[in-house]
Design a protein around this ligand. Structure first.
Ligand code: CA
Ligand code: CA
Ligand code: CA
Ligand code: CA
Length: 405
């Protein structure tokens, strides 16, 4: 048996097979030009992304870093580099390693299926600098991980005939950092409607374009120099009221709106404040404040908007809220959490008035069930009994059921 195996391994057909598997297949698997990979692109879904490698000036690093992908879904990573070096090979162990240096002006596409979930190292062989690839279990985890650092980041490579990748999916209201590079030439590129003026994307260097994609839809990144385009698809991200991307809508988010300026007067939107413009009218004012109170209440399970005066955002205007307002009375630089409900940054009689109007009011929970007719009659009876027992204290404006039951 041992002899037969040796003869079989050394046979001519087997030698050919070993040549194919040892030489040709690794080339196909690990490193292919984009034109060739068009065949692979037909197999959907595909996570099509770009990676820029900067070897130095001032230091070696990858753009973006980290890259976040979903486990089990094929990835095509379009790689280019800034400086020409003989040691520009890239590896993401155990998924791929480039067999030749990645050179400036060229795109090399590495295709692999990342699994299992985990953290992997993107390594420049020779210079030793690294980046990180996170492989997540689900699409939701990918979205969460991509915004964990407070922004989302992607790279876009500009050739003369195509952009790499041709589609970028971004989350609404999460600040976007787009790392752009002209492979051989400068490119003039528009990012409408998010940026009013076109940008110059420099050849062989990283040009960072930043904005908040604050509206859903399918938009076009237009390379005016070569009249070629890529799609920018804005998909739902975290709740619009969650400005700091921690999956909660609370005082920390609401206070951030006040940083835009005097909300009572209204402030024109800037790229840095676009996510505060909740009604998309290009002005940040008390309308957006009201919109936040409504959206956040819904997000937090209430059936109606938070009330002016509810500093603590627990759904009730009471002594805890009054206490915060009193502690900061007449203070300037005020925000919601210190008692400014009117948005001009000062706590005064107008804020106290809002609190007084809503004093002891609560908003209902969305899950609160409407009583059945029979139980409603029973409840009414109990309340009437309660009213009879405590009407002497009714002037203290306590609701009957709370006061006596
Ligand atoms: Ca938040
Ligand atoms: Ca607005
Ligand atoms: Ca409260
Ligand atoms: Ca005020």
């Amino acid at each position: 048996m041992q002899l037969r195996q040796q003869q079989w391994k050394g046979s001519a057909p087997m030698k050919k097979l070993r040549i194919i598997s040892g030489v040709i297949l690794p080339v196909i698997n690990w490193l292919l030009w984009p034109a060739v990979m068009g065949i692979v692109a037909q197999a959907q879904p595909l996570q099509d992304l770009a990676l820029i490698q900067r070897v130095y000036d001032p230091d070696g690093r990858y753009f973006p870093d980290p890259i976040v992908v979903q486990s089990g879904v094929p990835v095509r990573l379009n790689i280019t580099t800034i400086q020409r070096e003989h040691q520009n090979r890239v590896s993401i162990d155990p998924f791929f390693i480039t067999s030749e240096p990645v050179v400036p002006g060229k795109v090399r596409a590495a295709v692999f299926t990342p699994e299992p979930p985990g953290e992997y190292t993107i390594l420049n062989l020779g210079h030793g600098f690294t980046g990180t690839l996170f492989v997540m279990e689900t699409a939701e985890e990918v979205a969460q991980k991509r915004r964990e650092q407070g922004f989302q980041e992607f790279s876009l490579l500009y050739g003369t005939e195509s952009l790499y990748p041709q589609e970028i999916f971004v989350q609404r209201n999460v600040p976007l950092k787009l790392y752009n590079i002209g492979l051989r030439e400068d490119h003039t590129v528009s990012f409408e409607p998010f940026l009013e003026t076109a940008k110059t994307i420099t050849a062989n260097d990283v040009t960072i374009v930043e904005f908040v994609p604050n509206r859903l839809g399918d938009f076009t990144i237009h390379d005016q120099t070569y009249d070629i385009t890529a799609r920018l698809v804005v998909v739902p991200g975290p709740a619009a009221c969650d400005f700091n991307n921690d999956n909660e809508c609370n005082q920390s988010d609401l206070d951030l709106i006040y940083g835009a300026g005097n909300l009572a007067n209204g402030v024109p939107v800037s790229p840095a404040t676009a996510n505060f413009d909740l009604n998309a009218d290009e002005i940040i004012d008390t309308v957006d404040l009201d919109e936040w109170l409504s959206e956040a209440a819904t997000e937090n399970g209430f059936a109606s908007s938070y009330l002016k005066g509810d500093v603590t955002l627990d759904g009730t205007v009471d002594a805890a809220d009054l206490n915060e307002l009193a502690l900061n009375w007449r203070a300037s630089g005020a925000v919601w959490s210190t008692g400014d409900f009117t948005g001009e940054g000062i706590i005064d009689a107008k804020d106290l008035n809002h609190l007084a109007i809503n004093w002891r009011q609560s908003i209902p929970m969305a899950t609160q069930t409407v009583p059945e007719p029979s139980s409603f009659v029973l409840l009414a009876t109990i309340l009437l009994v309660g009213f009879a027992r405590c009407r002497t204290s009714f002037e203290r404006v306590q609701p009957i059921g709370v006061c006596c039951l």
